[in-house]
Ligand binder design. Structure first.
Ligand code: SF4
Length: 371
């Protein structure tokens, strides 16, 4: 496929009428993310991938910036379809610009000339066919910010659901009530990055805190399964006070929301802070538990964080799911997702039984989309 500018201009469709409204003087307002951009004729929104042409909003369609087969634990979802393969797809672009982005080649493709990608034309049914071929249980929109490409994700999710697959987003959570309502019939799982509890930090990344908090609360209300990740960055968001505020907010939504505190490593433009140590993660996890969260996990440092990769029953303390990195080492839930020892229901979206894990490591799909 040709260069990114052509990708942007050619691979689009008019945005869903659920996600934009027409304003005066041929302007439109987009509601796909929390920026709610007003966009003049000929201009694009903050994300640079949704644009106004002739008084209509256009949104990305018909390509994949990347596809990959991941263990679902990598997303990370720890309370959903344990051990399953998550077939992951992405487009390009993001509505934020975080200095430590670990997917910057996809997310910053339209902002950073160093981000070189080769998008492939693909149809929704091809993605789902390949997911089924690989043995996936879930398809996940990830790598770029999926909210800004929601129409495309929903097209794939409709095909996926018709084939019996579950669906999910890995997202920064900068949503709106409209986009969540649009996604609601088609999405099962949603991972939100809660990057900070400081408004100033979100401003640095090009966003605001409140839409992220509202998204977490709304997702829980509409019964989409939510897990929250905080990349713990020394000196950026790791004070006891800030971590406590994040944890207390999550408890106020539900103490059953899994909170993953994960280790930062120097990436992209953020090379100043030290890498996160196991001690930092253990401290963050203890703060989460003290605040009242029942399921707190320490990620990105497999084997270094003691018991913090595992799921224990909060009632009888029985080990219900053992993990090492993305590998499931033991499974002790009943068919209906209860602790085998005491019968307590462990919240999540569980399969009736643990199936043999297809992969504990990501691998590239051999997919060669052609349509
Ligand atoms: S997705 Fe967000 S950033 Fe992009 S045009 Fe819509 S409101 Fe603006």
């Amino acid at each position: 496929m040709a260069n990114l500018k052509q990708v942007l201009e050619e691979n689009v469709r008019e945005a869903s009428s659920d996600l934009y409204e027409k304003l005066d003087r041929s302007r439109v307002r987009c509601y796909a993310c929390g920026h709610c951009c007003p966009i003049s004729e000929g201009q694009a929104g903050v994300c640079k991938v949704r644009f106004n042409r002739g008084g209509k909003l256009y949104a990305p369609w018909g390509y994949a910036g990347g596809v990959q087969c991941d263990p679902i634990e990598k997303k990370p979802f720890f309370h959903a379809h344990c051990g399953a393969l998550a077939f992951s797809f992405g487009m390009l672009g993001c509505d934020l610009h975080c200095g430590y982005c670990q997917n910057w080649v996809s997310s910053q493709a339209f902002r950073d000339p160093r981000a070189v990608v080769s998008p492939l034309r693909v149809a929704p049914e091809e993605i789902v066919e390949e997911a089924l071929h690989q043995g996936a249980r879930v398809v996940v929109s990830t790598y770029n910010e999926p909210l800004i490409t929601s129409e495309w994700a929903v097209a794939i999710f409709k095909e996926a659901k018709a084939s019996g697959l579950a669906t999910g987003f890995v997202s920064n959570g900068n949503g709106t009530p409209r986009v969540l309502e649009y996604l609601r019939p088609w999405i099962d799982l949603y991972k939100v990055d809660l990057k900070s509890f400081a408004e100033q930090r979100y401003h640095q990344m090009g966003g605001r805190l409140q839409p992220i908090l509202d998204t977490i609360r709304r997702l829980h209300e509409i019964q989409v399964w939510v897990e929250v990740v905080t990349l713990v960055i020394p000196g950026f968001n790791d004070s006891d006070q800030e971590l406590t505020r994040m944890a207390e907010f999550l408890v106020s939504v539900s103490p059953d929301i899994p909170w993953h505190v994960t280790a930062f490593h120097k990436d992209y433009k953020m090379s100043g802070p030290d890498n996160t140590t196991a001690e930092n993660l253990i401290r963050a996890a203890e703060i989460g538990k003290k605040a009242g969260l029942r399921y707190v996990y320490a990620g990105n440092l497999p084997g270094e964080v003691g018991d913090l990769e595992n799921t224990h029953c909060p009632s009888c303390e029985n080990l219900v799911i053992g993990r090492l990195g993305y590998r499931i080492t033991s499974y002790g839930l009943t068919a209906n997702g209860c602790c085998q020892r005491c019968g307590l229901a462990i919240p999540g979206r569980w399969d009736p039984a643990f199936r043999a894990q297809i992969t504990a490591h990501p691998y590239a799909s051999t997919m060669r989309p052609g349509r």
